[in-house]
Design a protein around this ligand. Structure first.
Ligand code: THU
Length: 133
């Protein structure tokens, strides 16, 4: 993976958070995914009055990117409340793993960052190869 600008990616996640549609939980999240070509695709969480239909910022960013033909991702940055890190939920970890198993996951609390390998956040993952074995 080409190097990426972590500060720029975090800024994009914070910017995306501004578009969060979190009218039920009030918990606003932004995410920014970067491709190996340096393209950044953002997402925010979008909630529904039928709560279970709500979708996380990470999956919005990923599905936006994939549906526009973008692939080969290097990292995703996630920004939520100031002062708090927001680790991706289990569903997001799985979907990210399916399409971008080698990415870095960058969490910011607005002041500090933490970077993880997605593989460390989803050990012993279910994956595509299990479907055919
Ligand atoms: N949410 C995200 O967008 N990303 C996460 O990593 C955790 C949770 C959203 C889903 C829901 O809209 C709200 O935060 C509260 O769970």
């Amino acid at each position: 993976m080409a190097r990426y600008d972590i500060v720029q990616l975090i800024e994009a996640a914070k910017e995306a958070r501004k578009f969060s549609q979190a009218r039920y939980s009030g918990f606003r999240v932004g995410a920014a995914l970067i491709t190996d070509k340096g393209e950044i695709i953002t997402g925010s969480n979008v909630e529904s009055s039928s709560y279970g239909l709500s979708i996380c910022a990470e999956r919005v960013a990923l599905t936006k990117a994939l549906s526009e033909g973008k692939k080969n991702f290097g990292a995703i940055a996630i920004a939520a409340r100031d002062g708090d890190f927001c680790p991706p939920c289990g569903a997001c970890r799985q979907l990210l793993f399916d399409y971008a198993p080698d990415i870095d996951v960058i969490l910011t609390n607005g002041r500090e960052n933490k970077t993880y390998k997605l593989k460390d956040l989803l050990p012993v993952a279910f994956e595509e190869s299990k479907l055919s074995s």
